[in-house]
Structures are given as C-alpha cells and as structure tokens.
Write a protein that binds this ligand. Sequence first.
Ligand code: CP
Length: 318
Amino acid sequence: MIKNSIITLRVVKIFNLKNVISIKDFQKKDIEFILNEAENLEKVAKSEEKSEELSGKILGMMFFEPSTRTHLSFESAMKRLGGSCVGFVGTEASSVSKGETLADTSKMFESYSDALVIRHNLEGAAKFISNIVDVPIINAGDGAGQHPTQTLLDLYTIRRNFDKIKGLNVALVGDLKYGRTVHSLAYALGLFDVEMSFVSPNELKMPKETLHDLKKNNVKFYQTNNLKEVIDNVDVLYVTRIQKERFPDEEEYSKIKGAYCINKSLINGKDLIVMHPLPRIDEISTDVDNTKYNKYFEQAFYGVPVRMAILKNIIKNK
Ligand code: CP
C-alpha cells in the first residue's frame, strides 16, 4: 500500500508537460514514461480490461486536414478511458467554412472540452493556439512540421518488437522533406543512440535545419538516395508516402512518385521489420502484408494505448 503511494507520487512528478506540440519538448525520460504507461494500458486498449479514468471528460478534435488513424485512435483512446469526444474532420460542416478564424474556433473548443487535438495544414498552428487557450493542446500534425504523437507510437512499436530502441539501425525512407512523421521521429531517435539512414530522392532530403540539430547533438546519420546501400544493415525500415498535397507543383510530384517500392523479394531473407505511418499509396507492395516483416498495421493499433497514455496524463495534469 505504502509502496503504491510512493509510485503514484513519482509518476505525477515525472510527466509534467502541459501540451504536446513538438517532440523536441520531450526529454528521453518523458518518452520512456509514456511508453511504459502505454504498455500498462494495452489491455484496456484491447477491451480486455475496463477503465473509467477519464469519465466525464471531453476531448475536442479539430481536424482541418483529413485523417483516419490519428482521429480514430484518439477517439478510441478517449472512449476506452471512459471519456467522450466532440469535433470535426474537415471544415465543411463547421463555421470555419463561413470564415471563422482559427483563434475563435479554438476558443469555442476550449469552452466545450478538457483538452484539444488539432491537425492543421499550417506549420505552427498547434503552437499558435496553445498561446491563446488554457486547455492542453495536442498537435496531431501541423503541415510539414511535426507529428509528435505518431512518433511516440512509432517508438512504442520499435520497443515492442525489439525490447529496446538503443543501438538499433533505422532507415527513414521516402519523402523526408515534407513528411512530418520523419521530422519528429529523427529527433526522438536521436535521444536513443541509434544509427539512422535517411534514404530519399535528392529533391526530398531531410531539411537542413533538422540535420543541423542532429549534428549538434552528435547523432549519427547517413544520407543516400540508394536504398540498396543500407538495406542489409537495417533493423527497421520506416517507409513514408510521397506527400503529394505539399508539393507546390504537381509536375514535380509526378517526376518523383513511385521512387521507392518495398516488395517481398527486396526484403526476403533479411532480418528487419517494415513500418509505415500510413496511409500507403504504392511504396509498400501488398505482397509484404502477409509476411513477418509487416509491422505497419500493428503500429497503427499502438496509436490507441499510446494516445491513452498521453490523454490520461495530460488531462490529469490540467
Ligand atoms: N499516420 C497518420 O497520421 O495517419 P492519418 O493521416 O490517417 O491520421
């Protein structure tokens, strides 16, 4: 009994972030705390155990861009914890379509909910509203900026498969310029002493600012446009979609689309796992789906326990 009380006090002290805006705001101990919490919540996420921890609490969700996984897994996470959700995906049915500003829309959500999840096409949107409302803000993707909760579930997937993150060799493949998941993930992996390869067409390299920050933190990485150079040494092949919607010129997209395609014959016999934040277009062949390499559907499920861990702690800390 005394032991339990001590553990509870320690937990409250360890995780004290009010908002989840950027993975750069997380220290390694914050990440490990969320991953441990998620592990404890997996049974609730699978409906094998019940929880009412967030009973009576409401999560507001403002998705100005489309989403399947992030939106549904946040909703599932909130409901599995006994809470409920309000919000929109796509602005057509909200007063945003009448011209209401982001600031005013956010203030309305603040009145109706205990925490707020936002996905927006503008980089910095989540940070912007965190300065004008008092409820906790969770960034569910801001343009080509960050997608921190995706990163936490990515790390969780890696740890679930290898029982560790430290020392692994991870290749981030595809659109490293516009893909927000890889921007967040590169920073986070940098905290865990991994070796990283950045594999992309020359036009879609990791932003200079990210490379600069990684170098400053003595993080090891290698850049190439040739996947075959690195594939034999990787533990995790993290594949991403070319982000068509972020290209200023559709012709440029047409030249690059289909640059990489992971299929069964490419990875057969190798000792690695394949991850993808999804949705995929053509960068992973469906012939990988029924192999041991496929971890991308499992990864999407882990969005539920990881987001439960985030919601539980962020709403409790409110
Ligand atoms: N991974 C991810 O963000 O998927 P959605 O765009 O479907 O939310």
